[in-house]
Design a protein around this ligand. Structure first.
Ligand code: PEP
Ligand code: MN
Length: 341
């Protein structure tokens, strides 16, 4: 038993009674109130509930249906919540008709560079600013990010432009610091299955942008989202950023089929990162357009004023002019699929 469906007129005391019964069995619950029905999602090891116990729930007042979800993820599944999740961040909406674009440098390098990029992406129509202050670099000798100083620059750029901040966390020990400055917490591809980190951000009130792991299946990715959600934070944004395949012409293989697949399986918003997906700046625009055509709820794109000198991912970063051009070209694509940019 994973879901208890109550009719919409179910009394609060009936719901409370069910929650108490679940609690008595060591289980927790989350409630989703729709216009037609109230859905109680049961959290915890539901396999220990016997058939008789399940039947007892079935006849409780207000209960319409008791169901098992066969998928290993529950809270993330469309069975639990049919309506697409809409996430609101400081007046910006992810999961609505309008497709927000998150843009900015791979890493925050300096205040001068960040504010110059921030102003240009804002003018081009971006909705959020991105930038890493703690960078997951392959080499321990490569630039690791500015740490808290970088976060301060992001928060200051956000204040000046009104663009909310998206930045990556790598270590739960940095969580308290990062929360002071960011609006959305990014979990990078390399940490998609860092379960302790997932559980920690799951206790936060800020949305989590969860990137797909380099070799993660869609199911594993949804299970990672489930980890976050199981701790109470249901504001998870899934981000396809390319997976490892035998192909070497691009940095990764951007799996755009993940977008419609996820749309069937989950109510969570799905965004696409064509920059890490292809690894080459001149391939970013076509894949960004393809992502919007495929139904993406947002894009995250790396932009740098001087890609040749960038401390990370310069080769895949768009210059502000190219970004502006792309933003204009995305408009008719969005319109063609009933969306807006
Ligand atoms: C990034 O967004 O700069 C990044 C490191 O992405 P990913 O985790 O997808 O490699
Ligand atoms: Mn990057």
């Amino acid at each position: 038993m994973d879901i208890i469906v109550l009719n919409r007129n179910a009394a609060e005391k009936d719901i409370r009674h069910i929650l108490k019964k679940l609690e008595g069995k060591g289980l927790k619950a989350t409630i989703s109130r729709g216009t037609e029905r109230v859905v109680v999602g049961v959290i915890g090891d539901t396999s220990k509930i016997t058939e008789e116990e399940e039947n007892a729930f079935r006849v409780m007042r207000g209960v319409e249906e008791v169901m098992r979800i066969l998928k290993p993820y529950k809270l993330a599944s469309r069975d639990f919540k049919d309506k697409g999740t809409i996430i609101k961040v400081k007046g910006k909406i992810i999961g609505g008709k309008k497709i927000p674009v998150i843009a900015g440098p791979c890493a925050v390098e300096s205040w001068a560079m960040l504010i110059s990029i921030a102003e240009k992406i804002k003018a081009a129509g971006a909705s959020f600013i991105r930038g890493g202050a703690y960078k997951p670099r392959t080499s321990p000798y490569a630039f690791q990010g500015l740490g808290e100083e970088g976060l301060q620059y992001l928060a200051a750029a956000s204040k000046k432009t009104g663009l909310p901040v998206v930045t990556e966390i790598m270590d739960p020990r940095d969580l308290e610091t990062i929360l002071k400055y960011t609006d959305v917490i990014q979990i990078g591809a390399r940490n998609m299955q860092n379960f302790r980190l997932l559980l920690e951000v799951g206790k936060c009130k800020k949305p989590v942008l969860l990137k797909r792991g380099l070799s993660a299946t869609i199911k594993e990715w949804l299970m990672a989202a489930e980890y976050v959600m199981s701790k109470g934070n249901h504001d998870v944004i899934l981000c396809e950023r390319g997976i490892r395949t035998f192909e070497t012409a691009t940095r990764n293989t951007l799996d755009l089929s993940a977008v419609p697949v996820l749309k069937q399986k989950t109510h969570l918003p799905v965004i696409v990162d064509p920059s890490h997906g292809v690894g080459k700046w001149d391939l970013v625009a076509p894949m960004a357009k393809a992502a919007v055509a495929a139904g993406a709820d947002g894009l995250i794109i790396e932009v740098h004023t001087n890609p040749a000198e960038a401390m990370s991912d310069g080769e895949q970063s768009l210059k502000p002019d190219a970004f502006k051009k792309l933003m204009a070209e995305l408009k008719p694509v969005a319109k063609a699929v009933g969306r807006e940019i």
